[in-house]
Write a protein that binds this ligand. Structure first.
Ligand SMILES: [Zn+2]
Length: 58
């Protein structure tokens, strides 16, 4: 599945993959990246993807 985060694939997601990022708390951003923290999986925006794991587990 190429380009999972673009185009028609987004239509299948609830709210078209948009929402509030739990890390930066911006609304209307696309939450397409899953970050595992322990047993939980958080969906974060693209910008927070890399640093999210550290912040959420802190
Ligand atoms: Zn974010």
């Amino acid at each position: 599945m190429a380009k999972n985060h673009r185009g028609k694939g987004l239509k299948n997601l609830p709210n078209h993959g948009r929402g509030e990022c739990p890390v930066c708390h911006r609304t209307g951003v696309k939450l397409l990246y899953e970050v595992k923290v322990g047993e939980q999986t958080h969906k974060v925006c693209k910008n927070c993807k890399q640093s999210a794991a550290q912040k959420l587990s802190a």
